[in-house]
Design a protein around this ligand. Structure first.
Ligand code: NAG
Length: 328
């Protein structure tokens, strides 16, 4: 789900990798119009990585989740993975509207609130309608998604135990939201998930926090299987050395999204009138969407393709035509 722009500044991303089996490779190659760039830093890996197993599918569920442990002792939360937004939040054990999971699985704050003067609070409150009463007040957040779903709550910090691929277990203290007022529209998030794992490239993202603690390189990757499931990783240790198509990301100050382009649409390996598209990678959005111009052009091409194919089929099998019937 794409979060509406909150004016969060982009942080530099060393390299980002999205492996997706959902879009057929041939189509994505053509859509991305890749010039085959390769990040120069991928050869020498630094630090370690964390990998998560992904559950879920595009259909019928419409979302992908990972289980994240939070707290000490840790509790496990199923979170909707979302590269289209920054803030991670879980349903809050406070007077709550729109909390959908059982009370004993909600996150209980224990005096670990982030203060309003904290730099991370400033990063989520950069929207003009946010105010802090004072630097020691709690830090409220509100995140609204493109499908009108939303979460309102308070920012806090807690241990998030992570097992790294080098065998170490770390317990970094990371900031996330405790959401006590959720609006659910469609799958956003689904009733069974405890919240959202925000993987955008803004400062508040778990990814950026792990990077600024020096635990990982600023890299996120996911591999989604067509049959459902897959895996998600932070850090650059699991980046495959071959069999990957690379495309540069656009640097733009207006949004926190991972964007690429300009891309030209090819159909049946031939160029079309649709050129110069900018594409957003958004794991929180169930389907791939085109703007209406590109969509119309694609539907017309498919329709025309079907008509031509039918005509050719009929000509090749003319015993099905009425004229041949009369010869019987
Ligand atoms: C494993 O990686 C983590 C994260 O980068 C690091 O903090 C830790 O020191 C590493 N452990 C070993 C044994 O190298």
């Amino acid at each position: 789900m794409v979060a509406k722009s909150r004016g969060i500044p982009l942080t530099t991303l060393l390299l980002i990798l999205f492996l997706s089996a959902i879009v057929p490779t041939s189509l994505s190659d053509q859509v991305l119009n890749s010039k085959n760039p390769r990040p120069s830093s991928s050869a020498s890996s630094l630090g370690s990585s964390v990998a998560f197993q992904i559950k879920g599918n595009v259909y019928p569920l419409g979302y992908y989740t990972v289980s994240l442990a939070i707290g000490n002792p840790p509790k496990v939360y199923d979170l909707d993975i979302d590269t289209g937004s920054d803030l991670t939040w879980v349903q809050c054990d406070a007077p709550c509207q729109g909390c959908t999971i059982p009370r004993n699985r909600l996150y209980k704050p224990n005096g670990n609130l982030v203060k309003c003067g904290d730099p991370l609070c400033k990063a989520i409150q950069s929207a003009p309608n946010h105010h802090c009463a004072g630097p020691n007040e709690q830090c409220d957040y509100e995140v609204e998604y493109a499908d009108q779903g939303s979460s309102l709550g308070v920012l806090l910090r807690d241990n998030i135990p992570l097992k790294f691929t080098n065998g170490s277990l770390a317990r970094p203290i990371l900031a996330f939201g405790c959401g006590y007022d959720q609006k659910h529209v469609g799958h956003n998030p689904s009733a069974s998930t405890a919240g959202v794992l925000g993987l955008g490239n803004g400062k508040t993202s778990i990814l950026s926090q792990l990077h600024s603690l020096g635990l990982i390189r600023n890299v996120v990757g996911h591999c989604l299987s067509e049959r459902g499931g897959g895996f998600l990783f932070f850090g650059d240790q699991l980046v495959p050395q071959s069999g990957v198509v690379w495309t540069p990301l656009l640097q733009s100050s207006s949004t926190q999204h991972y964007k690429t382009g300009p891309a030209d649409l090819f159909f049946d390996r031939k160029p079309t009138s649709v050129k110069g598209l900018q594409l957003i990678f958004d794991s929180g959005s169930s389907y791939t969407y085109f703007n209406s111009k590109a969509h119309k052009a694609l539907v017309n091409l498919v329709r025309y393709g079907i008509q031509v194919a039918l005509l050719l089929y009929c000509l090749a099998n003319d015993n099905y035509l009425p004229s041949s019937v009369s010869n019987v």
